[in-house]
Design a protein around this ligand. Sequence first.
Ligand code: CA
Length: 292
Amino acid sequence: MSTVPELLVDVNCAVGEGPSWEDRDQALLWVDLIPGDVYRLSLTTGGVDRMRLERPASAVLPRVSGGYVLTLPDGLYALGRIEQGAQLELLCPVESELSQNSINDAKCDPAGRLWAGTLARGWIPEAGSLYRIGADLSVTWVLGGTTISNGLGWSPDSTRMYFADSAPGTVDAFDYDVATGEVSRRRRFADLAADVGSPDGLCVDAEGGVWVAVFRGSAVHRYAPDGTLDRIVAMPTPLVTSCCFGGPDLAHLYVTTATVELPPDERTVRGAGALYVLEPGVQGLPTAAFGG
Ligand code: CA
């Protein structure tokens, strides 16, 4: 494998999103948000499973007790297996009383709490919020005033949380108390100029580097822990949505992409909306599973 992104699964996702690594079975999970397709690539067999939910889904994550959790617009759901016909079970609603709002990106902290941000249809400014869902399925409102809530991640020592809002084009850092899930001392970590693209999903490597998918930017950026942009991985398609470490020794970086804003005749070309992989030369942190 190369340090240059390689096309891995050519699926023309409208909005490939929410990738996560399932260490127990050496599988990469992701979704296509708009049709609500859940994908699972087994590195053991090379096979790709797909389940169509017929409802939008923004992220898929492994669950400690087995199976998976999925974020749908109105809440957090459990799924036993990724197979057509498998039943979704609602674990807890999130802003289900706000019909204009839906859950966007979601990720678990190292203690197994799930964090998920919401956004309002039409990207109404500052109409979204960020929530924390405990293993006991309690839903805690943490932060308001977000617009396009996106990437979430934690530093290797779990003392810092990262959070991207694509509308202002910012990635913020918080101090993080992993014992309680409390955040404090919000500050700017990275600020992307509009002509560079928008920060979307993100993940963190074992050295504390923060890898940010740059939507409309044909790139993944790596920021050092002090916020310095120290690497740009050029991607062969512009709508880069998210990234996740996985594979043997967590040495591979998987990158999801989208076709949704491309001109219609470019949406079905090879590599648009596909899953990519590269070997960035640094190990990643594992995907934390949901503890509930
Ligand atoms: Ca996203």
